[in-house]
Design a protein around this ligand. Structure first.
Ligand code: 4AD
Ligand code: MG
Length: 477
């Protein structure tokens, strides 16, 4: 007989059929009731043990965390909280768990503590829900692009280019770093390194994505990206996953439309498909909010917030409009921002982004036409000579969730900008070739996957939505 998953068992009509179920013990009460979980759902299956018929040494080994196999009869449950339960006819202990030493006790642990035992936190309700929702969102993204006819491109993880030109790269070498070969000038001689030149982990698959878009029309990447930026915040990881679509024959408007449609599609998909888990996370957040003073509580519950995003169009404004709103707002006048908004051209900090989204518009905002000085070299220059066709999407509680642009498809303009910024044209000859041979207007964006998972799960720290977070001074597991 095949083992059944708890998610399916809980949906089955009980007719006293014999089933096999395997999982990990969450709790064992009164030597009679096991709450069993196998990760297929947040809901536990209740196993009823007849302790008179069960050997003492087996009863003792049914401890929190133990892996067990149950053969039993599925019956309707008379108890509260579940519709079916299993009357155990035989119990096998597959893997013991010493209750004294097991770090997860059947009680509420803090997220900080669970982060230290990230190898076990999958076994908690909260992280079970978070990582199932993460899985649902990942699937939804592939499905969305697949339905739209986008080609999934696997861009390289090791590259020799710095796509964003921000110099936040992790270097890849197989030199003995205590004694690398030097050239006659005393500089490290990369000719002898593995790739024969300096290499690094990718910060973005965009440049390679553009090459493919100029052949397949519509592509997307979905892979890990790496940034050696020393940002110890609840929104930054050194290793994060990014989704980067790129569309040929498209402009900034098409780009905004695609991003908005994608975000609404995947949020809607998650609400439908991961309903139980999101409901659990919704409750969790309500409990958490109760601990806060009234004025710090959010107006919306998690589910209300998600529905709100589906029911309302995102606000679309230019950087200059946002700048005016921010400069004139009371927060700025009363110097409540850490960075005051005074001169046109300043980069917006997350406090400003969140003001626009949470206080001013109270909905997601797409900001476009940023000053060219604060954006990357590849963004298309607008006719005003000051701004580029960039777009950032700002979400409540998150700030920037998407960054993208229409790309500079005009060779001469692109080369001039690269010269101004000191970006070596010879190293990026392959990128420039797309502008030499069959160039066309094209656009794309990058969605930070963990920021999306943060938003949909209502978690507040990005370290809690990726299985094993990599952050400054932390590379455990
Ligand atoms: O704005 P970014 O740097 O844009 C790019 O990398 C472009 N090449 C994307 C493109 O146009 N194809 O990053 C895109 C998104 C951000 O909006 C943010 O959501 C996320 O990636 N992101 C991070 N997420 C977690 N930790 C970090 N350190 C992140 N840096 C960026
Ligand atoms: Mg950005």
């Amino acid at each position: 007989m095949a083992r059944l998953r708890i998610k399916d068992i809980l949906k089955t009509t009980p007719t006293e059929q014999t089933i096999i179920v395997k999982g990990w013990v969450r709790t064992f009460r009164n030597n009679s009731f096991i709450a069993l979980n196998d990760g297929s759902t947040n809901n536990n299956l209740q196993i009823v043990v007849d302790f008179n018929k069960t050997p003492e040494d087996i009863l003792k080994r049914i401890t929190t965390g133990a892996a067990i196999s149950i053969t039993g009869i599925l019956v309707a449950s008379l108890g509260k909280g579940q519709s079916v339960e299993v009357k155990a006819s035989s119990i096998e202990i597959i893997g013991d768990s010493d209750a004294e030493k097991y770090p997860l006790q059947p009680k509420k642990h803090s997220l900080e503590f669970l982060r230290e035992i990230a190898h076990l936190r999958f076994r908690t309700n909260t992280f079970g829900a978070v990582f199932r929702v993460r899985n649902t969102l990942s699937f939804a993204i592939h499905q969305f692009f697949n339905e739209k006819g986008f080609l999934n491109l696997h861009s390289p993880i090791i590259t020799s280019s710095d796509a964003e030109g921000a110099g936040e790269m992790f270097h890849v070498t197989n030199f003995d770093i205590s004694n690398p070969p030097k050239d006659e000038n005393g500089q490290i001689d990369y000719k002898h390194d593995f790739f024969g030149k300096p290499a690094n982990l990718t910060v973005s698959g965009q440049l390679e994505g553009e090459l493919a878009a100029l052949a397949f029309s519509d592509i997307y990447t979905f892979g890990p990206t790496f940034r050696a930026e020393n940002s110890n915040t609840t929104r930054h990881l050194a290793e994060f996953w990014m989704i980067e679509p790129e569309m040929a024959f498209s402009d900034l408007n098409d780009n905004m439309n695609l991003a908005e449609e994608m975000l609404q599609y995947v949020i809607n998909y998650a609400l439908k498909t991961s309903h139980d888990d999101i409901e659990f996370l919704n409750q969790r957040l309500l409990e958490e909010e109760k601990q806060k003073p009234q004025n710090e509580r959010s107006e919306f519950s998690l589910i209300e917030k998600l529905n709100f995003c589906l029911e309302n169009n995102f606000e679309r404004i230019t950087y200059s409009q946002a700048f005016d709103i921010l400069r004139e707002c009371n927060y700025n006048k009363k110097k409540k921002f850490n960075y005051l908004i005074d001169k046109w051209g300043v980069d917006l900090q997350s406090e400003h982004e969140r003001y626009l989204v949470e206080k001013h518009f109270k909905k997601p905002v797409i900001l476009i036409d940023y000053p060219k000085e604060i954006k990357s070299f590849y963004m298309r220059q607008n006719d005003d000579g000051k701004t580029v066709a960039a777009m950032d999407i700002l979400f409540p509680g998150i700030g920037e969730i998407v960054g993208g642009s229409q790309r500079e498809e005009r060779l001469e303009k692109l080369e001039t900008r690269m010269d101004e910024l000191g970006i070596p044209k010879d190293e990026l000859y392959w990128y420039l070739d797309t502008r030499r041979f069959g160039s066309c207007p094209h656009a794309g964006f990058g969605l930070g996957f963990e920021r999306l998972v943060l938003f949909v799960t209502g978690m507040t720290n990005i370290r809690d939505v990726i299985p094993f977070p990599r952050t400054p001074k932390n590379c455990e597991f």
